[in-house]
Design a protein around this ligand. Structure first.
Ligand SMILES: C[S@@+](CC[C@H](N)C(=O)[O-])C[C@H]1O[C@@H](n2cnc3c(N)ncnc32)[C@H](O)[C@@H]1O
Length: 146
């Protein structure tokens, strides 16, 4: 769980509130479209980036999925507890993270202070040491066991 805004001024447990994307940059991968890359060396278990976007219900998710299929837009949507986070129109560069079966970032679910009941924020954390310039990848099936 992330600390509330009212926590001490030097609190370091506010990654989602800070919404810092400076560990990453977006570039063409040459094979899988745009991708997310490490702007610096990143230590194992370090917070990399939060996945942000519209928080929507499952009903809205179904509606938007049909629209995206028609427009052939990539699905920039992940499940977040009973909700979904849709980064298609509003979101940060986390949406450009590509899939790899040998992913180097894990997806963690965090409870945030004062958010919708049941909502979990999604954050990408380094699963191992990631070198500056390396593509940062995730497991799209992070939610399969639930
Ligand atoms: C969330 S987007 C990732 C960013 C995307 N590459 C872009 O240019 O916007 C997901 C899409 O990226 C592509 N993609 C992601 N990982 C891939 C992989 N390992 N191999 C091939 N395509 C991949 C697929 O088209 C997938 O539907």
């Amino acid at each position: 769980m992330e600390c509330p805004s009212s926590c001490q001024t030097n609190c370091t447990n506010q990654n989602f509130k800070n919404n810092d994307v400076s560990n990453t940059f977006v570039a063409n991968t040459g094979t899988t479209g745009l991708g997310l890359f490490a702007a610096t060396d990143i230590k194992k278990d370090e917070f990399v980036i939060a996945f942000t976007g519209d928080v929507i219900s499952s009903k809205e998710y179904e509606k938007r999925t049909l629209e995206y299929k028609k427009s052939k837009t990539f699905p920039y949507v992940y499940k977040a507890g009973p909700f979904y986070i849709d980064a298609t129109d509003r979101g940060n560069s986390a949406k450009y993270a590509n899939y790899s079966c040998n992913f180097n970032m894990r997806t963690e679910k965090w409870q945030l202070d004062g958010k919708l009941d049941g909502f979990v924020a999604l954050g990408f954390f380094a699963g191992r040491w990631i070198k500056k310039g390396e593509e940062q990848t995730i497991d799209y099936n992070y939610d399969v066991d639930e």
